[in-house]
Each structure stands twice: as structure tokens, then as C-alpha cells.
Design a protein around this ligand. Structure first.
Ligand code: NDP
Length: 290
């Protein structure tokens, strides 16, 4: 579909940005909903970030998706922010408002929650215990989703650097989280795993050529589910091992697809549906990028 002078434009900003799947995802929906619009990749270094944002805002863009390494900078330059972005101290979506202000959002929380609810029942974690592996940027969104809307009663946050897990647990507690947050190191895995119904890997271990986490899945209850937010490869060693032991598994592509829903709606005014056809299109691209 060719663009007209009235086309709605949005961007994805990162460094590098060529790996971003946002143009494929949004491009699929733009075609499906016959919208006169485009998602433009914007390669910007840290130094150029605010200049590029101001340039595209003035050029009439509706907003941008934000990827590595700009998520904290995006939060910092915004005039207003939603609770998820405030929790994370980072934004993956900037919406340019008609009054010239920039609104920061973090849709990772929504994406993870929607992905878990799609595969497991909505009340799967309600009042139960979970484990989050990792304490980096993505772990914040994951923990936030497990607190609300998923409603975990206890979350063990285990990280290679236990101090970072401690900092994260204290931040959530300070924000008044009713969920009990228990920080620890990866050495605490066996203790944390035994009562958990959901484990989420939010580390970058197992991504691309990174070695996988060395954890013993026999510590888990038989009915526990395992989610890995790493989506490249789609079936990580963690998920393969979990499936072989009979655990339900949730891959990282679901989170990636669902986190794009609020962005598309903010940019193009239509709330899109995550369909099997969209998932298949992304699986194809991920396969081709290997
Ligand atoms: P960060 O760099 O902020 O954090 C990395 C985390 O991984 C830290 O907790 C780090 O521990 C841990 N880690 C890295 N290597 C190892 C290892 N060998 N053993 C144990 N722990 C390790 O990254 P992000 O949080 O932004 O991203 C994490 C992963 O999540 C990436 O693979 C990313 O692609 C994926 N992701 C997926 C999304 C989706 O939509 N599916 C969305 C966002 C991210 P330490 O603190 O000790 O260094």
C-alpha cells in the first residue's frame, strides 16, 4: 500500500535498530487493517537520541517505540509517564501528544501478562508463588506483571548479582507492593523453586550464542509452568528441557507480540489482534535472521 500525504507515521528508535522486529509487526497490522501509515526504523546513538526524538516529533510522527540502549533516556525526557514506566524507570513507548508534550509508557508489563494469560489460565498465578530469574531492565516489567495483574502472593527474585535483586525487591516494596518479594542469588534456586507455580527467565542467558542458565528443573513442582522471555532462539534450552519434563511452557514471542498492541493503538488508532498469522510471520523472520 502506498502512503498518502496524510499518512500516520511512527518510529522505532535504537542503536543498532536493524534487529528490531517492530517494523515487521506494525507493518503486518498496517496492511491487515488497511491503514495509511508506516513504522520507520530510526538508528540513533545515545548522543543523538534527544535530537532525533525532537526532530520526528516536529515532523508530525505520532510517537516511537524505544529499544536498547534508550529506554531510560526515553523515560527521562518525557513530560508524563504511566505507572508501568514509573515502576521500571524506563519506557519502551513514547507518545507525542497534540499539545507538544511527550508521554512515556512501558508496555512490557502488559505484554508479559497478556502472553501468560493467553497460554495459562488468567488466575494461574493468583495468590500463588513465582520465581523471576534476572534483575535487569526486562525483569522489572516481568515482576510488575506478576504483582499486577497476575496477582502473585510471593515472588523470588534471583539474580547472578544478588545485590541487584535486593535493590529491585526494595524498590517494589517501597512502592507499596502487597506481594512479598524475596531477593536472592541463583544459588537459592532449589529453595525458591519448590513452591513456585511459575518461573520466568528474564536474564539474557540462552539468548543467541549466550550459554543457558545452569539450573536443575527437578527442583520444580510437576504442575509448575516455565516462561522464557528470550525469543531468539524461540525454543530456548530452558523451554526444551522444561517441556521434556512435562511442564507447560510460554515462549518470549508472546510477550513481544502483545507488548506491541498498546503501541499500535496509540500510533494508528486501532486496537490490533495478535493472531496465529502474525505469530507465524514473526517466526518466519526470526528463522531467516538466524
Ligand atoms: P539487561 O542487560 O538489563 O539484564 C540482563 C540480565 O541477565 C541481568 O539480570 C544479568 O545478571 C542476567 N544475565 C546475563 N547473563 C547471565 C548469565 N550468563 N547467567 C546468569 N544471569 C545472566 O537485559 P534486559 O533485562 O533488557 O533483557 C534480558 C533478556 O530479555 C534479553 O534476552 C532480551 O532479549 C529479553 N527481552 C525480551 C522481551 C520480549 O518481549 N520477549 C522484552 C525485553 C527483553 P547480572 O545482573 O548479574 O549481570
Amino acid at each position: 500500500m502506498s502512503l498518502t500525504g496524510k499518512a500516520k507515521l511512527a518510529g522505532v528508535i535504537g542503536w543498532p535498530v536493524s534487529h528490531s522486529l517492530s517494523p515487521v509487526l506494525h507493518g503486518h497490522w498496517l496492511k491487515e487493517y488497511e491503514i495509511d501509515g508506516a513504522m520507520v526504523p530510526l538508528a540513533a546513538t545515545r548522543e543523538d537520541f534527544s535530537t532525533v526524538i525532537e526532530g520526528v516529533r516536529r515532523a508530525g510522527f505520532k510517537g516511537v517505540n524505544v529499544t536498547v540502549p534508550h529506554k531510560e533516556a526515553a523515560f527521562a525526557i518525557a513530560h508524563t509517564a504511566d505507572d508501568a514506566a514509573k515502576y521500571a524507570g524506563a519506557a519502551n513507548l513514547l507518545v507525542f501528544r497534540d499539545n507538544g508534550t511527550v508521554h512515556a509508557r512501558n508496555t512490557d508489563t502488559y505484554g508479559l501478562a497478556a502472553s501468560i494469560m493467553e497460554v495459562l489460565e488468567p488466575a494461574y498465578l493468583l495468590g500463588k508463588r513465582g520465581v523471576v530469574l534476572g534483575a535487569g531492565g526486562a525483569a522489572r516489567g516481568v515482576i510488575s506483571a506478576m504483582v499486577s495483574p497476575l496477582g502473585a502472593s510471593w515472588i523470588h527474585i534471583l539474580n547472578r548479582d544478588a545485590h541487584r535483586a535486593d535493590v529491585l525487591a526494595k524498590q517494589f516494596a517501597a512502592e507499596g507492593s502487597e506481594t512479598k518479594l524475596i531477593p536472592g542469588s541463583l544459588d537459592d534456586w532449589a529453595t525458591a523453586a519448590k513452591d513456585a507455580v511459575l518461573v520466568v527467565n528474564a536474564t539474557s542467558a540462552g539468548m543467541g550464542a549466550n550459554p543457558p542458565l545452569n539450573i536443575d528443573l527437578s527442583a520444580l513442582r510437576k504442575d509448575a509452568a516455565v516462561c522464557d522471555i528470550v525469543y531468539n532462539p524461540l525454543e530456548t534450552k530452558l523451554l526444551k528441557d522444561a517441556a521434556a519434563r512435562g511442564h507447560k511452557t510460554v515462549d518470549g514471542l508472546g510477550m513481544l507480540l502483545h507488548q506491541a498492541v498498546p503501541s499500535f493503538e496509540a500510533f494508528f488508532g486501532v486496537s490490533p489482534i495478535v493472531t496465529p498469522a502474525l505469530r507465524a510471520a514473526l517466526v518466519k523472520v526470526l528463522g531467516a535472521n538466524k
